[in-house]
Ligand binder design. Structure first.
Ligand SMILES: Cc1ncc(COP(=O)(O)O)c(C=O)c1O
Length: 471
């Protein structure tokens, strides 16, 4: 354990043992440094890591205070293990909600992307300008599938820092993670096949399944611990499943991370049933604490696991650069890409490579994680302050989503329509499901600074919920 991790562990134990009360100020950086004999930098790192885990909060003038304890709500399991849908018909709701989020002057709690002001815009633009100036005439061919070689090597080295051995030859650069996910699904299924998703799931998976004429098995999923492995096994036993499209870290929309043991169980079950895993892992850089969570691809069954990710949530969304670590499907995916979009944009691949080789991505990520943790915590506090007591506000570590369960008789789509009239946008639960099970839920993007305007947005939502409860 490094020195800052030792200090963190000792303060964490002190908080758990009640040495420090909620709201109490920890020793200042200087005082802690002289008490522990550690450098100011080491103490700062420990305090910041505790902050990103939600154990302490920093206040501009008071230093670091012990954060209130977050008690997860009780969660009722539904009786059904899974829900089967043979004919997917995702209505216009998803499209309408996404289009509406483009209106100017909205308080955009419904967006799936982080506050764009958190992207290092000047450095990204510089990389793009330099890449464009020095781009050779052969750029398009040089960056054909599987994509820019240097970029694939950089991505492969990032896997290596997690102890994973992913050859650059296995990686295909795509136009955002979404293209990768779609290509993966297409490469291992035929129309009419069964595919497993979470319930609720990222709406992109519902749309892709519909587009490819696939059938969905939506598995019972817990908002804090993720997909129910027993329910998953029940579905594998009863259906001839071809693939699973799952999010194992900071799931959209609920925010959970699948516990490590469940990732291992998932890998071993899918190996037993010889089912492909399409692992949608676009939020993995936005972890709290000090370690990136491992994907399921790190365990057995790696060759039949396609790990999809991108820079959209952690660096810049508009470049549309993502990738698939595609295992045995690498060649098939390249062929499909050549038949559809041909290749990810060459200037964008070059600009991304330029950014990653000339700028410290890690420094940016550290700052981003810290800011997101602070903002999510601030937003959670305000939600608790203003929402009625019978609303479940589900806080999970990492990422920037907060999942909210209203009393069951309140329809979150109605809340969405009412809130829009006040310029507040949310993502209603119906977008993420093939059933009506989540109609009383919504997802809130907590990546924005909790300004007066955002607090007003939360107050508006809370007062609308109270009005709807009275009816
Ligand atoms: C779970 C999930 N997967 C994939 C994507 C798409 O990522 P990209 O913008 O890299 O295509 C998103 C974007 O919202 C997402 O939330």
């Amino acid at each position: 354990m490094s020195k800052y991790e030792q200090l963190m562990a000792s303060i964490r134990n002190q908080i758990n043992d009640g040495v420090w009360d909620v709201g109490e100020k920890l020793p200042s950086l200087r005082k802690q440094s002289s008490l522990s004999g550690l450098s100011l930098m080491t103490v700062l790192n420990a305090y910041q890591a505790l902050e990103s885990q939600g154990l302490v909060v920093s206040h501009p003038r008071s230093g670091y205070l012990v954060a209130p304890k977050i008690t997860p709500p009780e969660y009722k399991k539904t009786k059904a293990n899974y829900h089967a849908t043979e004919h997917i018909n995702s209505n216009d709701l998803i499209f309408d909600v996404l289009q509406t989020s483009r209106q100017p002057d909205l308080i955009n709690f419904g967006s799936a992307y982080p506050d764009p002001s958190l992207y290092p815009r000047a450095q990204i633009n510089r990389s793009l300008a330099t890449a464009a100036k020095s781009m050779p005439t052969s750029a398009m061919l040089d960056n054909f599938p599987p994509g820019n070689e240097e970029l694939r090597q950089i991505i492969s080295k990032r896997y290596a820092t997690q102890g994973m051995s992913i050859s650059p030859d296995e990686i295909v650069i795509t136009s955002g993670a979404l293209e990768g996910l779609n290509l993966c699904l297409q490469s291992v299924t035929q129309p009419g096949d069964w595919v497993i998703v979470e319930s609720p799931t990222f709406y992109g998976s519902i749309q892709s399944l519909q587009k490819l004429g696939l059938k969905a098995l939506a598995i019972r999923t817990h908002p804090l611990t993720g997909i129910d492995i027993d329910a998953l096994e029940a579905a594998l036993k009863t259906h001839d499943v071809k693939a699973c499209w799952l999010m194992t870290n900071y799931q959209n929309p609920m925010g959970f991370t699948l516990p490590l043991d469940n990732k291992k169980k998932l890998a071993s079950l899918l190996k037993q049933y010889q089912v492909y895993l399409i692992e949608d892992d676009v939020y993995n850089e936005l972890f709290s604490g000090n370690k990136k969570p491992l994907p399921t691809k790190a365990f057995e069954h790696s060759d039949m696991t396609m790990h999809c990710s991108s820079f959209s949530k952690s660096l810049v969304a508009g470049f549309r650069i993502g990738w698939v670590a595609a295992g045995s499907q690498a060649k098939a995916i390249q062929k499909l890409q050549l038949m559809t979009t041909m290749a990810a944009s060459a200037p964008m691949q070059l600009a991304m490579t330029r950014f990653l080789t000339t700028t410290s991505y890690e420094t940016h990520l550290r700052q981003l994680r810290r800011t997101l943790a602070q903002r999510k915590y601030a937003m959670w506090k305000r939600l608790n302050q203003y929402m009625p007591d019978d609303v479940n506000i589900i806080f999970s570590e990492g990422g920037y989503f907060i999942w909210i369960e209203l009393p069951e008789h309140i329809n979150a789509y109605d809340l969405y329509l009412k809130a829009l009239k006040h310029n507040v946008h949310i993502a209603p639960g119906a977008m993420f499901s093939l059933t009506e099970q989540f109609n009383h839920c919504f997802r809130l993007n907590a990546s924005f600074e909790c300004t007066d305007q955002h607090v007003d947005g939360i107050k508006t939502l809370a007062s609308l919920v109270k009005q709807m409860e009275r009816k």
